[in-house]
Ligand binder design. Structure first.
Ligand code: F6P
Length: 308
């Protein structure tokens, strides 16, 4: 997100606009927590994860009263338009503001990659790299000790991170909300992997899957004698959201922020700046908010075959 903030500030200044940062997301918007941003204010932030402006879950903004308060603050500070960097929740809030006649453009940013209007969002590739590092490290112990490992990754109700980490990391099985797999079936896949001569067994589970890491672990513990092996669980959790963003994310963030600034400059509002088919485009919020983005079908099909 910092790369997007930096690009939005500097490209906005280049348009001749005055730029302000809103601290703490919608909570800061309601509180009028705005900071003038000059080119030097966004120096040295490209390599930092997260956002220097801070972020917050803000239940108040979900109420009409909260949104009117935010709008009042924006008008009182003579802020003429808003760029919202974030995922589904943030963009839904941005759409609400737009429906109240306020000029808003969004920038697709969420590690979950569940936002329609962008094939890939800011943060996904870096989060995947972190998951891969964990998988590679877990495999060392898995191979040496003949143990099965289960890695739980984030993603809310979307299995994108788990599916892609599983494929790129060479997992024996992937469990995602979009494709339910019962613990018994996973146990069988691990057993088959050993029978095929594999020295390790690694399963990637999405946090939103029906049988999440906790339920899998419980099943394996209860059936330890029958299944014949231990299953160790690692939950990556917020580790995935930290660390330095990779090259792809820095460039994507810069490009999507540029797309948002250009949209504002030509007077196009109520849309999301995202990457579609390799190009930065804007998609109207009505085609983004509430739209379910499917997982890439060919990767879904390939995954079980690659785990052979
Ligand atoms: O939406 C991004 C995300 O990291 C999800 O993958 C995860 O479920 C959630 O946010 C965690 O939210 P919080 O930081 O509020 O616990």
């Amino acid at each position: 997100m910092n790369a997007a903030i930096r690009a939005a500030v500097r490209l906005g200044l280049a348009q001749g606009w005055e730029m302000y940062g809103v601290r703490r997301g919608y909570a800061g918007l309601i509180a009028g927590d705005f900071a003038p941003m000059l080119a030097r204010d966004v120096s040295g932030i490209l390599q930092l994860g997260g956002t220097v402006l801070g972020s917050a879950r803000c239940p108040e903004f979900e109420t009409e009263e909260g949104r009117w308060r935010a709008l009042r603050e924006l008008r009182q500070h003579s802020i003429e338009a808003l760029i919202v960097i974030g995922g589904n929740g943030s963009q839904a809030g941005a759409y609400d503001l737009y429906k109240m006649d306020y000029p808003v453009v969004g920038v697709a940013s969420t590690i979950d990659n569940d936002l329609a209007g962008s094939d890939i969002s800011i943060g996904v590739m870096t989060a995947l790299d972190i998951a891969l590092e964990a998988i590679d490290r877990l495999k060392t112990t898995a191979a040496a000790h003949q143990r099965a490992f289960l890695l739980e990754v984030m993603g809310r109700k979307c299995g994108y991170l788990a599916l892609m980490a599983g494929i790129a990391g060479g997992a024996e099985a992937v469990v995602i909300p979009e494709r339910d797999v019962a613990p018994e079936k996973i146990a069988e896949e691990i057993r088959q992997a050993y029978l095929r001569g594999k020295s390790h067994a690694l399963v990637v589970v999405a946090e939103g899957a029906r049988y999440n890491a906790e339920m899998m672990a419980q099943h394996f513990a209860e059936n330890r004698a029958r299944l014949g092996f231990d299953l160790r669980v690692t939950r990556l959790g917020h580790v995935q959201r930290g660390g330095a963003p990779g090259a792809f994310d820095r460039l994507l963030a810069t490009d999507l922020a540029n797309g948002a600034v250009e949209a504002l400059a030509r007077g196009e509002f109520g849309c999301l700046s995202g990457l579609v088919g390799g190009r930065v485009v804007t998609t109207p919020y009505k085609d983004v908010i509430g739209v379910v983005k499917p997982l890439p079908a060919h990767f879904l099909e390939m995954e079980p075959l690659l785990a052979r």
